[in-house]
Design a protein around this ligand. Sequence first.
Ligand code: NAD
Length: 284
Amino acid sequence: MSKIRTVGVCGAGLMGNGIAQTAASAGFDVVLMEVADAPLQRGLASIAKSLDKFVEKGKLPQNERDAIVGRIKGTTAIADLKHCDLVIEAIVENPEAKKSLFKQLDELLAPHAIICTNTSSFCVIELAATTKRPNRVAGLHFFNPVPIMKLVEVVRTIATTQDTIDELYAFAKTLGKEPILAQDTPGFVVNRLLIPYLLYAIRCYEGGLASKEDIDKGMKLGCGYPMGPLELLDFVGLDTTYYIAQIMFEEFKDPMMAAPPLLKRMVLAGRHGRKSGKGFYDYE
Ligand code: NAD
């Protein structure tokens, strides 16, 4: 039986607001914490907009939408997380900011509380080591957009205990997600397989194997993938992919994980994909 009733989420950005919405939709009381009022209000507005879309499509009654919004308390005071049974950190991908937050959370929260990170690239044990409860620290890696994507990677460090994993599995299922268990190594399961594939697609394009359109068409029609690799790179962000590849290469020293020269040059040129208006394709 899970003891999780109140969920704290740190960071109301893309991932944090999606996690808060998903937890509140599953009936949990949520405390959503930000560094300042402006990003907090942006996060809350984004939740309201997302829920309104479900209402418009007839997938969510208006009164339930209002009840979900009512279960989310926004704050800029970390002390408001005090009574949370689980806190999920989804702040900027900066190790010093995350370590400092983990230390503060450890001092604030009750001993039974679990602290998780949604990091895509850092060592979870490095964050756990800043606390006095490394047995109650794990990764809980959601996928974007959180309310839609079914998968959650539960990341076990060398110090995470089985009861913590069991509670996180139960929590993920209550959210309507499917958990998978991954060890605490860069990329976990999904990016460990996806990043080398994306990098290899860039190598093929760079080497003149085929046009970008044909590489994408090949993988969509030949493998049934919803997006080709170069389209997917534009969607994920070339800067993000480059960053994750560097961390994975540093850890494994596997040439499959080394960023191809073209990727580096596109990132240097500011061609980050959809978000910058230009990547392999034009979005302007
Ligand atoms: P984002 O930039 O959209 O949001 C981060 C938010 O954290 C910002 O609003 C910022 O104001 C806030 N913040 C910074 N310091 C804070 C603090 N000390 N306390 C509270 N809030 C703070 O970032 P994002 O894309 O939502 O990513 C967040 C985390 O999720 C990262 O660790 C990232 O690796 C991970 N992640 C991202 C994706 C993705 O597709 N973007 C997918 C899986 C995991």
